[in-house]
Write a protein that binds this ligand. Sequence first.
Ligand code: TRP
Ligand code: ZN
Length: 501
Amino acid sequence: MAMTRGIRRGVLLALVVSVTAAGSAAAAPLGGWQPQSRGSDVAARLKQQQPAPLSSYGPGGGGGGATGVFGDAGLGDPLFPLAGNGGYDVRHYALGLSYDPATTILDGTALVLASATESLSRFDLDLRGFTISDLRVDGRPASYTRDGQELQITPARPLRAGRPFTVSVRYSGTPEVIIDPDGSAEGWVPTSDGAFVVGEPQGSPGWFPVNDNPRDKATYDIAVSVPAGLTAVSNGVLLGQFTRKGKTTYVWHEGAPMASYLATATLGVFDLQRSRIEGIPSYVAVDPSQAADAAPALAQLPEIVKLFSDTYGRYPFDAVGAIVDDAPDVGYALESQTKPNFDRAPDDFTLAHEISHQWFGDAVTLTTWPDIWLHEGFATYSEWLWADHTGQFTPQDAFDYYYDNFAADDPLWSPPPGAVTDASDLFSNSVYLRGGMTLQALRVKIGDARFFTLLRRWYAQNRYGNVTTPEFIALAERVSGQDLTAFFDAWLYQEGRPASW
Ligand code: TRP
Ligand code: ZN
């Protein structure tokens, strides 16, 4: 992801260097690279079965028989099959956390308000590590077992379909950092003065018990206690803060539906600046070591929010901002809802990228992880709109640059953005750059007016929900009145640099 980051950070000239470096770094395994034949018929894909609704994932393959019905251990995501669980739908999480960087121990109380979609004798939450000291369902002690990230809970009384229930979990321990298939670290990642807390795609079970699937959005109250002098920054608005016995508690509230991987609780030494942007409460937390380097980009935050509000539609959430930490080993930034996390001072491109994800990624969220280009292609395209807005280069300049300088079989084009089959490719150059180029090619094909109508409608119709690539293609065809089968096939599904479309 350092490569990805390098690409995203540069202006066009810098791209020459970083992308070339990325290309040659990735060139080593080329010998082993096998073009795969992938389905080429978009129409067939459109007819492909849409993911089943959450409620259909009830009684699990885990069976139950005489012991009753068990909720599925996962929701069957093609890349993370165990992420999330079957049989219920979470409405709200109330988390009370206390962390001391000196001991690295996190003490947590999680209250999960959910609704059963099936009658269940057992169900799972996702949680990694920690010692559990108390677990209750509807206030009654429940029995539980642990199996990897599955926390298997057997309530004293079975859950009844359609009924709300609550789970409370008290837990404690040093959070284990989660390593992704691409080698990157996530979850509760310790820093010199606290922790950098990021969850995409599977870090959240590293700090709270959760139905860890982007399809189960919920609202959150997150209260974090830290040694006085430190600041804890989470999603949404700051309801208040108080200091008692040497500890300061920060109480945050996220009132809009949020995918679990977008939850954060980054803490450490921060200067927290409050203001308003477009009338929305803004919270910008900056590690003092990054303040000077971050100042130029952060000064552009209001203009970035305005550009994307004007282009895509009203900003989706009740708070805006940024968290700029000093966590260079992490190597990437993340679009945590309302306040993206930056592992170091961002430039204006990286800031624009993460802010644009508030529309595409956070408000309009994929249903399954292989559709990641619906986040990263759109955020890359948004960087190019920012470049255009600030007179640096146009999206077409970016398109031409990559198209002309990367051979048809360059790794830059692989995997096709709509055909990610390996979790280690989720944040690949192709997903970002070929994904962004897909949108520029589409803009040329259907014209500016229809293109921006499409993006605005995509956002307006889907915000706070989940989407799929076939849905985007269908809307593009409706808005443009064109048959875009061959177009999207060339850009999203075929190996190598698209030759004609
Ligand atoms: N989604 C992030 C962005 O582009 C990047 C990211 C999140 C990432 N998790 C990652 C990159 C893991 C590499 C590895 O804004
Ligand atoms: Zn991104």
